[in-house]
Write a protein that binds this ligand. Sequence first.
Ligand code: SUD
Ligand code: ADP
Length: 292
Amino acid sequence: MTKLTQNSATQTTYRWPAPAKLNLFLHINRRRDDGYHELQTLFQFIDKCDYLEFKITDSTDIILHSDLNKVVATSDNLILKAAKLLQSETCYQGGAEIWLDKQLPMGGGLGGGSSDAATTLVALNALWKTNLSQNKLAALGLQLGADVPVFIRGFAAFAEGVGEHLQPVELKEKFYLIIVPEVHVSTAEIFNAPNLPRDTKKYSLDNLLQNPWKNDCQNLVINKHPQVAKALDWLIEYAPSRMTGTGACVFAEFENKQQADTVMAALPTDFYGFVAQGLNQSPLSVYLADLN
Ligand SMILES: C[C@@](CO)(OP(=O)(O)O)[C@H](O)COP(=O)(O)OP(=O)(O)OC[C@H]1O[C@@H](n2ccc(N)nc2=O)[C@H](O)[C@@H]1O
Ligand SMILES: Nc1ncnc2c1ncn2[C@@H]1O[C@H](COP(=O)(O)OP(=O)(O)O)[C@@H](O)[C@H]1O
């Protein structure tokens, strides 16, 4: 991975990865009084990432350079929210310029926005030398989204609660063919749907690992979005396949890269997809360890 790069302002900066995740299974156990849902889910990272570059500035402004500014309002951007949260929490007196190289599809259940937020917290904590512990960063991350803590912790994990109780797991690092249907699925809309199943029984991790894996949001999304159903129908002919998160991306799992590449070569031209490997350690935590 190239670490040093020349950004548009011709400064030499570091290129921090913000990897995607898959939910290898996703069970919804209960709706809490605050509207959030208790889940049991299995997170694994994949080796497909957004990349962020940071320059520390004397002014307190936080400036983001990205095409994303055209689609996501500045006030909603999780990168800016993360940087401002860290700044106010630590009373840091400077700011930052940030460059985002967006590679991950948005709203696909791959967690790109949450991962960008986590990388921003981890990178600025190092560059600003604000020295917050990982526990503190994960707690700040949770204020931004239920998925942010796993990206800060950096290990594949069995998650409970709303996604913040994390237990490390060693999984096979399989290869996945991921199809990105041309549809944006809103996480809030799925969780608010009256017919979402919300009563899957809680099981022990051992039990869950030994039984077939499923995603409780999948049927709802398939019924709403024929593009997701079509992608899954195609994939399932080749290998065990499911949806990640609240969709819309679907993935098939393979023991080796050659098998995944062979099916990828047969992908109909009206689908967009890519092959990625599952990772038990996040590229962000590998990167941080190499820097230190
Ligand atoms: C369900 C998951 C599984 O990974 O799906 P994806 O979003 O990646 O598809 C995540 O936990 C999502 O996490 P994240 O995307 O950070 O969600 P948040 O911004 O915290 O919440 C968005 C909305 O989803 C609902 N929500 C989210 C998480 C949760 N455990 N229960 C909920 O009910 C809430 O209505 C909330 O307003
Ligand atoms: N830096 C960011 N990257 C992607 N999406 C972002 C970002 N900041 C805010 N968002 C918002 O978060 C939503 C969900 O993004 P994303 O994490 O890609 O999807 P998902 O939660 O389905 O995995 C986007 O549709 C967008 O409105």
